[in-house]
Design a protein around this ligand. Structure first.
Ligand code: SF4
Ligand code: SF4
Ligand code: FES
Length: 262
């Protein structure tokens, strides 16, 4: 016999004028290897078909099932109930537009920041369907792939103090994305281009550096490193005209993207 779980969920339907935010409690029996996603499905199938939450892959790939689990953003499908106390409290991710209950619209948020940073390879080659693939060193391809693993779940944004206070802040996921294009030799943008996109307090200079983002990222992306590299590169770029060359040379040695963007 498993534990008796008490699961409290914030219920609210913003489209229903009669709906008011309130907590609703469900009880169910835990079974071995139960994930929070399975628990919510069981509640929806056996107790309350109106409960809203998102999922798709059930395997930590699609990024749909992000929610605040006992105060900490995480993925319901990757969270085992046995790792939680028997009293579980669930809220929707903050910052994103609420669809209802635990369901939020991360898609519009990510589309918006993706457009703001022009999240695509910039080069002036004409597309040739018969051309050979661009070749790339394995080591560099692996570095780019490492940053491309973001599943856009929104957990890092929900955990970010700056994003909670300022809706124009682009967050660690966006800076990570920019770092990915910065590494990519097929992208012709230079440091000035990156500076214009994220060299402000909506981007790298708005970050308070407390690293809640990296702590909660379910894909364990190196957000701290990317924030540091991009901030250092853009800070250096912003003062390079007033710093003597000899000092600049020493500083550039510490900048992650200096090879591409000298
Ligand atoms: S380190 Fe920066 S981006 Fe990450 S949670 Fe803190 S303020 Fe947000
Ligand atoms: S960086 Fe991590 S926490 Fe943030 S959206 Fe991507 S996968 Fe989710
Ligand atoms: S359902 Fe896809 S990440 Fe959880």
């Amino acid at each position: 016999m498993g534990r008796k779980l008490r699961i409290e969920v914030l219920r609210y339907n913003p489209l229903d004028p009669a709906s008011t935010p309130h907590m609703q409690t469900y009880h169910l029996e835990e079974h071995p290897s139960m994930t929070l996603f399975v628990a919510l499905m069981q509640i929806r199938e056996t107790q309350d078909p109106t409960l809203q939450f998102d999922f798709c892959c059930r395997a930590g790939i699609c990024g749909s099932c992000g929610m605040v689990i006992n105060g900490r953003p995480g993925l319901a499908c990757c969270t085992q109930t046995r790792d939680l106390p028997d009293h579980i409290v669930l809220h929707p991710l903050p910052v994103f537009k609420l669809v209802g209950d635990l369901s939020v619209d991360t898609g519009s948020w990510f589309r918006n920041v993706g457009t703001r940073i022009e999240s695509w390879i910039h080069n002036n080659k004409t597309f040739d369907e018969n051309a050979q693939e661009d070749r790339m060193e394995n080591e560099l391809a692996v570095q780019i792939f490492e940053l491309d693993r973001c599943i856009e779940c929104g957990c890092c944004i929900a955990a970010c103090g700056t994003a909670r206070m300022r809706e124009d802040f682009m967050g660690a996921t966006t800076i990570n994305r920019m770092a990915r294009f910065c590494l990519d030799p097929r992208d012709n943008r230079d440091v000035q281009d990156f500076y214009e996109l994220i060299g402000n307090d909506q981007g790298v200079f708005g970050c308070m550096g407390l690293l809640g983002c990296e702590d909660v990222c379910p894909k364990k992306l190196p957000l701290q490193d990317q924030l540091g590299i991009m901030r250092r590169m853009l800070a250096l770029h912003s003062v390079k005209n007033i710093i003597p060359r000899s000092i600049l040379n020493k500083m550039e040695k510490k900048c992650g993207c200096q090879d591409k963007h000298k």
